[in-house]
Ligand binder design. Structure first.
Ligand SMILES: [Zn+2]
Length: 226
């Protein structure tokens, strides 16, 4: 993959098409679901965002954006493919900065891994520059739109959402899935707070299967020993 602006992008080369399904949205927050559009971060990362239309497909699945806005973005991308390509690069750059920030917060508490803070700051400032300030009963809010942000609308909205998330990230409940070839981040909102896997149906089950197999194998070998 082309080096993103700022000269830093840890996800390299391996971009694969992927049809997003609801089981890909297990992060507990749209920003974390964006981070999880790369899989196998613990091994050889695979980037599932293989084009701007794929980002729109993912965005539709999140339910966070209106169909009208997504249709407008699809048309924009058709008439201005260069801008759509730049927006995709920016989505990947924002995603990687957020991944580095969130995982560093989980593991260390107060990070600036490889300039991730500056990179996120850049994205946030661009978002704020395109935003309108509204004041409602709930207080002041920054709002972006396709009209003011163009092809960057998703990036701007995600950057604003990320700012809110990082201010209130429940660190004791934010985890990285230990599943093989996973590395997804999730917020554990279960009652007991003991969720270990991104998804019990995928990583949880395959880990259980492996443990069972290893036990069986270990048992077999023990029997074979003299
Ligand atoms: Zn997992």
């Amino acid at each position: 993959m082309r080096q993103a602006r700022g000269g830093r992008s840890r996800v390299t080369g391996n971009i694969q098409p992927h049809t997003f399904r609801s089981r890909d949205l297990v992060g507990g927050h749209i920003v974390i679901d964006l981070v999880n559009t790369v899989t196998a971060r613990d091994a050889e990362p695979i980037d599932w965002l293989d084009g701007y239309p794929r980002v729109l497909e993912w965005a539709a699945l999140t339910g966070h954006f209106t169909p009208d806005d997504l249709t407008d973005l699809r048309r924009l991308a058709e008439t201005e493919p260069g801008r759509a390509k730049l927006a995709l690069d920016r989505t990947r750059e924002l995603r990687e900065a957020l991944h580095d920030l969130i995982t560093a917060l989980i593991h260390e508490g107060a990070p600036d891994p490889a300039g991730a803070v500056e990179q996120f700051e850049d994205h946030w400032k661009h978002a704020v520059a395109s935003a309108r300030l509204t004041v409602r009963g709930t207080g002041p809010q920054l709002q972006v739109s396709v009209g003011t942000s163009g092809a960057e609308y998703l990036n701007h909205e995600l950057a604003l959402q990320a700012f809110d998330l990082l201010r209130a990230l429940p660190l004791e409940r934010t985890r990285v899935c230990p599943g093989l070839r996973c590395g997804w981040v999730f917020i554990d909102s279960s009652r007991g707070g003991r969720r270990r896997w991104c998804d019990m149906a995928t990583c949880g089950n395959s880990a259980k299967g492996r443990t069972h197999y290893q036990r069986k194998r270990a048992g077999g070998m023990a029997q074979a020993r003299p």
